[in-house]
Design a protein around this ligand. Structure first.
Ligand code: MG
Ligand code: ZN
Length: 175
């Protein structure tokens, strides 16, 4: 039987947005307010948890793949302690224009969906950038939540929240 999933963007959703820069190491990674509770609600309601993140800093050479892997291992350890580690982590680390998986391409979602047997039509995505919302549409994920950060919102999402701290209440209502 297919599972439903909650796809989460990383910077600005799971962790506090680094603005236009990159989280270069674990010291620069801070979990966003409310995200543990939000992920617990999704987990309790049967959703697989999938991270879909663009980390072009690797392709640009400002950070290494090993540094990114270290951040994600530590993130997973902290989440596992809460009972909510990601079921899959998809990261596009490539320079824009050099790959097929960069958002808003649906490939990261499609790759995770194939591995975890996900029902995309029953799934949700949370992001803070137009490319996140467009990626969901391109992948056939019909419901989206935008977290307002420094990115200018143009593509309409199903729901919009001013802060990640509003996610638990919203997810309780809609998932
Ligand atoms: Mg983001
Ligand atoms: Zn890519």
């Amino acid at each position: 039987m297919l599972r439903k999933a909650l796809f989460l963007d990383r910077d600005g959703v799971v962790n506090v947005s680094p603005g236009d820069g990159y989280v270069l190491d674990w010291r620069g990674f801070r979990f966003a307010d409310g995200i543990f509770e939000a992920m617990k609600i999704a987990r309790e309601r049967g959703y697989a948890l999938v991270l879909v993140t663009s980390q072009q800093g690797v392709g640009k050479g400002v950070m290494t793949q090993a540094a990114l892997d270290d951040i994600h291992q530590r993130m997973q350890s902290e989440l596992a302690a809460q009972g909510i580690a990601f079921d899959a982590i998809e990261a596009c680390t490539h320079l824009a224009g050099t790959c097929d998986c960069r958002k808003p391409s649906p490939l990261m979602i499609e790759h995770a969906a194939a591995g975890l047997e996900i029902d995309l039509a029953a799934s949700w995505l949370i992001g803070d950038h137009d490319r996140d919302i467009q990626m969901a549409a391109n992948a056939g994920v019909p419901r989206t939540i935008r977290v307002l950060t420094h990115h200018e919102p143009q593509t309409a999402a199903t729901h919009t929240v001013a802060s990640t701290s509003e996610l638990p209440d919203l997810l309780r209502r809609v998932l």
